[in-house]
Design a binder for this molecule. Structure first.
Ligand SMILES: Nc1nc2c(ncn2[C@@H]2O[C@H](COP(=O)(O)OP(=O)(O)O)[C@@H](O)[C@H]2O)c(=O)[nH]1
Ligand SMILES: Nc1ncnc2c1ncn2[C@@H]1O[C@H](COP(=O)(O)OP(=O)(O)O)[C@@H](O)[C@H]1O
Length: 194
């Protein structure tokens, strides 16, 4: 039996741009999508669940995953390590699923090198000020972490044109619809008669 081959989609954008918000809304409409669960050394935020939002690991455990070749990509971001467990992604793609990786810029570059057929989407905030408002408004990070993320955001936004497409997250509903048309491109209808 021949296996269907699914596709791989990478979603990147500065912290606070709304990647998590858009993905959650997309997933609610399309539960058949598989969103990869990353490993991280960052501490859980209130409400975050191990194995659901992230696999929260000690640094030594993360380093072991890297050493064993168990991460498809990984990077350091604002003082913590983040990486994509390889096996679940490989399994879901082999099963024909569309797999989404929500990862930062360095990881997205690694995926481009190792998986050039992946489709890479960049989420932009409407403005830099609005990005900071959203990050502060989320209320999950200290001032110091916010300022580290804002510094990083400048470099990330400067790399937006490395991606196949950019989506401005102005309004959640509109941006989710745009995202959906990219993840699920409308097939050209096959004429039933000529
Ligand atoms: N390279 C890489 N980046 C990741 C991974 N998981 C999450 N990230 C990115 O790490 C950054 C920080 O994530 P997080 O601490 O959850 O903050 P948030 O995205 O602002 O909620 C974000 O840009 C994520 O997209 C991963 O597996 N690999
Ligand atoms: N289009 C939008 N308009 C206003 N606020 C938004 C929008 N999208 C997301 N937000 C808010 O901005 C904050 C950051 O969004 P989040 O999805 O956590 O970003 P990211 O995952 O990219 O770090 C959250 O408080 C979220 O509710």
């Amino acid at each position: 039996m021949q296996h269907a081959i699914g596709k791989l989609i990478v979603l990147t954008g500065p912290s606070g741009a709304g990647k998590g918000t858009l993905l959650k809304a997309l997933l609610a409409e399309h539960p058949e999508l598989y969103v990869s669960i990353s490993a991280t050394t960052r501490s859980p935020r209130p409400g975050e669940v191990h194995g659901q939002h992230y696999f929260f690991l000690e640094r030594a455990e993360f380093d072991q995953m890297v050493a064993d070749g168990n991460l498809l990509e990984w990077a350091e971001f604002a003082g913590n390590c983040y990486g994509t467990p390889r096996q679940p992604v490989a399994e879901q793609i082999a099963a024909g699923k569309t797999v989404i990786l929500e990862i930062e810029l360095e990881g997205a570059r690694q995926v481009r090198a190792s998986f050039p057929e992946a489709y890479r989407i960049f989420i932009l905030p409407p403005s830099f000020d609005e990005l900071e408002n959203r990050l502060r408004g989320r209320g999950t990070e200290s001032d110091e972490v916010i300022s580290r993320r804002m510094t990083r955001a400048k470099d990330e936004i400067a790399a937006a044109n490395e991606f196949d497409i950019q989506i401005v997250n102005d309004q959640v509903e509109r941006a989710v619809q745009e995202l959906a048309t990219i993840v699920f491109p409308v097939d050209t209808p096959v004429p039933t008669s000529v």
